[in-house]
Write a protein of this length. Structure first.
Lengths: 119, 119
């Protein structure tokens, strides 16, 4: 069945969360939001494109930083209300220049930084 | 620094998305939502506990199905508005009895089912 981005379930702001995961290593890099046009653009260009809630604009990942996400696969969850983008991440995914946004662990009641910014 | 769940950034419904990832394999299993009490309960019990938006109630993952998620690590992202739970998933994470909710690929314009329900 041909895929139509408008069939996904978007929230009241017209957005759907998208998790980015590095192909091969399985590392979860970040989570950001897409609208239907960003989903369509991501599939068409294979350059992962989010919707920036703060800027209210398309956010072609890495367009200014060079830290692009090349789409390898896009997966939809069982409820069609969350996406998983399997990507090739160039450099850091996080705006703090860390590989992943999930660099803080809180498992034992303390916040522990798991990784340093890339140099 | 001691971790306080109330310091996370919640949406207008008081919820934060939480991605569940299998420890070791890196498989992304599902994404669901937590409120501050669910985060605290997850950390205290090491049994991943979401907030069910449809039932408006705590959802102790696997409580009825037996498909529990044992917490290995809980990570917070750079903006404190998304969580990543590293878990030991027993059986299927998805209500369709598949290991992961992300069993549909849409990469080449077609929806392709990547995995069958567990038997």
């Amino acid at each position: 069945m041909s895929f139509d981005p408008s069939t996904l379930t978007y929230d009241s702001n017209g957005l759907i969360p998208c998790i980015a995961q590095q192909d091969g290593t399985g590392e979860v890099l970040m989570m950001a939001w897409m609208n239907a046009d960003a989903v369509a653009q991501t599939l068409a260009t294979k350059r992962v494109t989010y919707w920036s809630r703060s800027r209210q604009a398309f956010w072609i990942k890495g367009e200014t930083s060079g830290n692009t996400q090349e789409l390898v696969d896009l997966r939809v969850d069982c409820d069609s209300d969350c996406l998983l983008a399997i990507v090739h991440q160039t450099g850091a995914a996080c705006h703090t220049n860390r590989r992943s946004c999930f660099y803080t662990s809180v498992i034992d009641g303390e916040e522990v930084e798991l990784m340093a910014p890339m140099t």
